[in-house]
Design a protein around this ligand. Structure first.
Ligand code: FAD
Length: 548
């Protein structure tokens, strides 16, 4: 493309990526959806068109215009209000209208988890901050169902498909969003150290109204209509649903103190809050707060995998696009052998992240009817969250480098993707916590290890490197001593094996073979992306992952 500037011709620059259809051109994603949820293809086609064009633009606006907190109105009334750019609300509405926060709760067709994950995969690519409240709203239903009377009242509002951002009581709205507040100053991982207290207003027990006093150090999306939260009663840590407004139509004693000044995730307001006798209903059994809220946390952890896979996908799409047009030393970058290795390696990482994420979507959907799937759902959530969320920052930086200086400036989406990347590994349980969770799952139910090995074993006869890898996992697991210091290594090994297995079972055979050659043979690859063994068909891998 050539055009005239005042002093020179502008040439050797790629055309805009914006306007690219993010679903219909995404072969790995389309294949995953076609396999599990064919009925969702046309809906996703339409969503992918919007995501690649108007939503992409809204994503930039929502991040450039950060949310602003107003504690009082101009007459001095306390309002606890966060104002967002209109683009933020447009993005929220886009997904809520399409059921990106609800499909598995409202649609019992096969593949509902896959269809929803695909919507969120598209949404995360263009704006990840809004995905925080969307995720929490979706996941809240799993915890709320521990308290059927509350679920009966709230679930229809949560899943309604209406986005209403106005600052008014939930019972005046057609649709609500839900947040989650567990972390306190003295402990985020160790929520049992929570000091917030809850005292019954009249009767004690599940479904009853309590007064909560204390604070939460992180409360993202404080404009949500209610929050699943934790507080101590005499019987221990319990789960509560705390609405922003009380039943009498006055503001609840929920005070936003300030917004966090964050590295990334800038469109999303994350706050510190205080409860000064805030009213909240107990959800589930008293003293079983962690057991109740963990059902929500499991789903938000799954969405961390969706989110990290998505931003990796967007990064590699941008890198391939740029290199398809940019020439250096008279030759297009995509034709230069070293660059081919880098792009192909990044694409393999992206496909593998999607494969394990979509495998987990299926396991989550089938976990009620099938014990193998239930065991997989339990452990792959922790394995996948650990691995994919940790790979994302490293991988996105490499994709950024493919664009050279253009990948470092804010007009490009790459800097934002890079800043988004670390959050998914930190929130909802950081890396070591996921490793501890894997060990806990293995200890609590020894058949979980059999389930993972069976899952990997389903594809072991398709590739000798996976068969060898499975042997090495088995040897690693025979020794039950010193599991803690070895846990990161064990989780890594399981993660790549599960990725290989998912690709070999359901993915493209050439991609699966390249993944095994590059990930399961320690002799044949370097530490960084792009150091591939000879013989990998890089052009095929790149072509398959090219969007525009
Ligand atoms: C942008 C953002 C938004 C957030 N939004 C919310 C929200 O809406 N609601 C909410 O409740 N929380 C939220 N959080 C908080 C987040 O979930 C916590 O920060 C996280 O769980 C870690 O807790 P912590 O910060 O107290 O770190 P700590 O618990 O102090 O942990 C520090 C480090 O120690 C590691 N660690 C912990 N235990 C062990 C162990 N036994 N062995 C080895 N290592 C260990 C952890 O993995 C971590 O790396 C948010 C965080 C961020 C960054």
């Amino acid at each position: 493309m050539t055009s005239s500037a005042e002093t020179h011709e502008v040439f050797n620059q790629p055309p805009f990526f914006e306007g690219t259809e993010l679903f219909s051109l995404d072969t790995p994603l389309k294949e995953a959806v076609a396999r599990e949820a064919e009925w969702a293809l046309s809906k996703l086609d339409a969503y992918g068109k919007r995501a690649g064009s108007e939503m992409m633009e809204q994503g930039f606006l929502a991040n450039e215009n950060k949310p602003v907190y107003h504690c009082h109105d101009r007459f001095g009334h306390r309002i606890n209000q966060v104002d967002f750019h209109p683009a933020y609300h447009q993005l929220m509405a886009a997904t809520i209208n399409e059921g990106g926060h609800s499909i598995p709760w409202t649609d019992n067709r096969k593949g509902s988890y896959t269809a929803r994950a695909a919507i969120m995969y598209l949404h995360n690519q263009v704006e990840a901050g809004t995905c925080c409240p969307l995720t929490m709203t979706f996941a809240s239903v799993a915890a709320l169902r521990h308290q059927p009377d509350l679920a009966k009242e709230w679930e229809p509002l949560i899943t309604s498909g209406v986005y209403d951002p106005s600052n008014k009581p939930w019972f005046e709205k057609q649709g609500v969003t839900i947040g989650m507040a567990m972390t306190e100053k003295q402990g985020g991982t160790d929520v049992r150290a929570n000091t917030t207290t809850a005292t019954a207003i009249e009767n004690e027990g599940p479904g009853q109204l309590y007064r909560l006093t204390g604070h939460k150090w992180f409360c993202s999306a404080p404009m949500c209509d209610a929050f699943l939260t934790l507080a101590q009663t005499e019987k221990g840590l319990s789960c509560f649903l705390l609405p922003r407004w009380k039943k009498d139509g006055t503001l609840n004693e929920f005070y936003v103190q300030r917004l966090k000044n964050k590295l990334g995730n800038l469109a999303n307001a994350s706050s510190e809050v205080e409860y000064r006798g805030a009213e909240a209903w107990m959800v589930g059994q008293e003293g079983r707060g962690v057991a109740t809220i963990i059902d929500m946390v499991a789903l938000t952890r799954f969405d961390c995998m969706v989110g990290s896979s998505a931003i990796m996908r967007q990064a590699v799409s941008q890198a391939i696009h740029h290199c398809s047009y940019r020439q250096v030393f008279g030759k297009t970058l995509i034709d230069q052998p070293i660059m081919q290795g880098v792009l192909a390696d990044l694409a393999l990482e992206s496909e593998a992240a999607l494969a394990i994420t979509m495998r987990l979507a299926t396991a989550l959907e089938n976990q009620q009817q099938d014990q193998h799937e239930a065991r997989l759902a339990r452990i792959v959530t922790a394995i996948g969250k650990y691995w994919i969320c940790k790979r994302a920052p490293f991988m996105i930086n490499e994709a950024q480098e493919c664009l050279g200086g253009a990948g470092y400036v804010e007009e490009s989406i790459l800097p934002r993707l890079y800043r988004e990347a670390p959050v998914n590994s930190i929130w909802e349980g950081s890396g070591n916590v996921q490793c501890l969770d894997v060990l806990r799952a293995l200890q609590k139910d020894p058949d979980t290890l059999t389930a993972v090995q069976t899952e990997i074993g389903k594809a072991a006869d398709k590739h000798p490197l996976l068969a060898n890898w499975l042997d090495s996992i088995q040897s690693e697991m025979v020794n039950q001593e010193d599991m803690l210091p070895r846990s990161r290594l064990i989780v890594e090994k399981l993660a790549v094996a599960l990725q290989a297995s998912a690709l070999l079972q359901d993915g493209d055979s050439k991609i699966a073979d390249a993944f095994c050659q590059t990930r399961l043979d320690p002799q044949s690859r370097g530490q960084l992306f792009g150091a591939l063994p000879a013989g990998i068909d890089c052009q095929y891998i790149i072509e398959r992952n090219k969007l525009a």
